[in-house]
Ligand binder design. Structure first.
Ligand code: SF4
Length: 177
């Protein structure tokens, strides 16, 4: 895969930052899974979330099958970051960007495994709730945390932050290839 070409194309997108790393640099931990299980209302409600995505060990092995990982981040300013509705309304733009990056990787000849933000919202009611297979596996991206990934150490090492300003929303995605 031609990284130079990839970087040329990434530079055309409104990404705040992108960074290449290896899956081995990511911290997979059951502590993150504990938070999903105990604090997230989406636990056991979607194919994009635990337990449907598999154990943390399974997710770790899956991600580590790939040689490379591309981290992308976008930021958006909102009037009031405490307004969850307004904050979440910035998510589709980041998801669209993530899909664009996925398409670029495909154009360059690799099929990425994509982890993005929050739970999947493609269908009104997730097929998981009815014991049926995911309707759009090609569109569905589990969130980074669903795989037990603690993204904080990587972000800190890169000198990045979750909070660029009082009312700035920061989104991250990981594309393994
Ligand atoms: S695409 Fe539909 S069925 Fe698949 S995870 Fe998303 S909401 Fe569920």
């Amino acid at each position: 895969m031609n990284r130079e070409l990839l970087e040329e194309k990434l530079a055309e997108l409104p990404l705040y930052v992108y960074h290449f790393l290896t899956p081995q640099e990511l911290d997979f931990t059951d502590r993150v899974r504990w938070i999903c299980q105990n604090e997230c209302p989406m636990y056991n409600k979607s194919w994009a979330c635990p337990p449907a995505v598999g154990t943390v060990n399974y997710c770790k092995a899956k991600c580590r099958m790939y040689e490379n990982c591309l981290l992308i981040s976008s930021i958006q300013e909102v009037r009031d970051i405490a307004d969850i509705e307004e904050t979440l309304s910035t998510r589709p733009e980041h998801e669209a960007l993530t899909n664009q990056v996925g398409d670029i990787l495909r154009e360059l000849g690799v099929e990425p495994y994509i982890l993005s933000t929050e739970s999947c919202t493609v269908c009104e009611r997730c097929a998981w709730l009815d014991g049926k297979p995911c309707r759009y596996p090609e569109k569905m991206h589990p969130c980074v945390e669903s795989h037990g990934i603690n993204i904080l150490p990587v972000i800190e090492e890169l000198g990045l932050t979750f909070q660029y300003g009082e009312n700035v929303v920061t989104w991250f995605s990981l594309l393994f290839y």
